[in-house]
Design a protein around this ligand. Structure first.
Ligand code: LMG
Ligand code: NDP
Ligand code: PMR
Length: 396
């Protein structure tokens, strides 16, 4: 079985530049070191078995009681929910890792960490103190649509249900002078943050639909910096998708611009544009599928987590000054832990089931429904981004 799950190759960035290719010793499409192999292999297989048993129990009960995902055999007749199964992209650092940790600590969730770097994810989960039975790592490189399709295939073969999908991973390339590209030739920021997630979310809608969990959710992480109705969103370069001519041209920088609006390449703008696409996509999902499926579609701004890997490409001076600037001047700073708790709420809080919402938190860390900018709530633009994106990723 393992052989059919092998990717053609897998590369590990070496000092962030060159890469080596590993073609053997993989599981779930991931390279494994010897000590990890034992851990991972056994826990994933054990998990698969346990999950199938549990799901069978649940299914059987569903038929009998029509109460999905509820196990009535708990003591004192209390209804206990089976463990939720959540996929989080980019769970190897920052917000994704903190969310995985927060959910793992409740004991109520099994987290599928969908990451491009297996070893990094394994180390991160370990140092976050996550218990092995609470997570599975699966390879996903959002900068390759083949990898996205392979991830979905691997996930389905694992037999785990999908109750919540969190599209969290992102890259930010503020100092790049020239665009770089995904495997299919899309500008890397929009290609990874938007198009990779767009294909993933579209494909996995089917899996969410099959789940018998009472509250199914699809969450796409947004940001204040894509919203020009805020001060932060007005720091140049500002997000602006224009008439989408660059996106329609495939963002390849050859016969079309690498930027969505058709302008000159600017890495910071490309990131902010990608976040606008993320927020528009969430709303378009809501309009197209919420009524029919009951799935909750949501986006959020978790606060300014100024210490994450997101700023790894920024100049050192920025990385030094940005956290104190956010802490003491804008006061928009949140720790990774706090931000992880916020996203974990959007995953699991019974009170946050409203669909089509962009969540934010106030100074006392209470959630509220925030207003998106004009562009980020433009239904016509959302429809166009959706239609162009489905052509680009091969769905239409
Ligand atoms: C651009 O870089 C890129 O060129 C562009 O390509 C694109 O990537 C864009 O948006 C992305 O970024 C610009 C960036 C790089 O510089 C800035 O934008 C400057 C602002 C960065 C934020 C840090 C401000 C630091 C403020 C200092 C305070 C820190 C200490 C707090 C302690 C508090 C104690 C109570 O360039 C740099 O990163 C260089 C940074 C140089 C700093 C220049 C300072 C200008 C400051 C203005 C800020 C306002 C603060 C008011 C100060 C009040 C003081 C009490
Ligand atoms: P990090 O850089 O810490 O985390 C980003 C994650 O995305 C990493 O796990 C990274 O993997 C992963 N990733 C990047 N490229 C790919 C890829 N091609 N395939 C798979 N995974 C990939 O940043 P943050 O935690 O800050 O960012 C998480 C989310 O939060 C993003 O959507 C960001 O836009 C959003 N956000 C962040 C804010 C902040 O202030 N930091 C504010 C508002 C929103 P690897 O570990 O291998 O690099
Ligand atoms: Mg911004 C109210 C103030 C506020 C908030 C909440 C943020 C969040 N920022 C604010 C204000 C300012 N920022 C001001 C006044 C400036 C000019 C000094 C400023 C600058 C700035 C830079 C250069 N801010 C930045 C950058 C980045 O490179 C980050 C970025 O835009 O990445 C796309 C960033 C951010 N500010 C934020 C947040 C959350 C970011 C991180 C990016 C994101 O995830 O969206």
């Amino acid at each position: 079985m393992a052989a059919s799950l092998l990717p053609a190759s897998f590369s590990i960035p070496k000092e962030g530049k060159s890469s080596v290719s590993l073609k053997d010793s993989t599981f779930f499409g991931l390279p494994l070191s010897e000590p990890l192999k034992a851990d991972f292999g056994s826990s994933a297989l054990r998990y698969k078995r346990e999950f199938q048993q549990r799901v069978c129990v649940v299914r059987a009960e569903t038929v009998a009681t029509t109460t999905p995902a509820v196990n009535k055999s708990a003591p004192e007749g209390k209804k206990t929910l089976r463990k939720g199964s959540v996929v989080i992209t980019g769970a190897s650092s920052g917000l994704g890792l903190a969310t995985a940790k927060a959910l793992a600590e409740t004991g109520k969730w099994h987290i599928i960490m969908a990451c491009r770097d297996y070893l990094k994810a394994a180390r991160a989960a370990k140092s976050a103190g996550m218990a092995k039975e609470n997570y599975t790592i699966m390879h996903l490189d959002l900068a390759s649509l083949d990898s996205v399709r392979q991830f979905v295939d691997t996930f389905r073969r694992s037999g785990m249900p999908l109750d919540v999908l969190v599209c969290n991973a992102a890259v930010y390339l503020p100092t790049a002078k020239e665009p770089t590209f995904t495997a299919e030739g899309f500008e890397l920021s929009v290609g990874t943050n938007h198009l990779g997630h767009f294909l993933l979310a579209r494909m996995m809608l089917e899996d969410l639909n099959k789940s018998d969990y009472p509250s199914k959710r699809l969450i796409i992480v947004g940001s204040i910096t894509g919203n020009t109705n805020t001060l932060a969103g007005n720091v140049p370069p500002k997000a602006n998708l224009g008439d989408l001519r660059g996106l329609a041209g495939g963002l390849n920088g050859l016969n079309s611009s690498a930027m969505i609006d058709g302008g000159d390449f600017d890495g910071a703008k490309a990131y902010k544009d990608s976040k606008v696409c993320n927020m528009l996509t969430m709303q378009e999902f809501h309009r197209r599928y919420h009524e029919e499926t009951g799935i909750t579609f949501a986006s959020l701004y978790p606060g300014c987590i100024a210490t994450t890997g997101l700023f790894r490409e920024h100049i050192p001076l920025f990385r030094t000054l940005f956290p104190p600037f956010q802490k003491y001047i804008t006061k928009g700073f949140v720790s990774e832990d706090e931000a992880g708790k916020r996203l974990a709420q959007v995953v699991s809080e019974p009170s946050l089931t409203k669909s089509g919402v962009y969540w934010s938190w106030n100074k006392t860390s209470a959630s509220f429904e925030n207003q998106l900018s004009q562009e980020a709530s433009d239904a016509e633009k959302a429809r166009k981004v959706w239609e162009i994106s489905e052509k680009l990723v091969g769905l239409a």
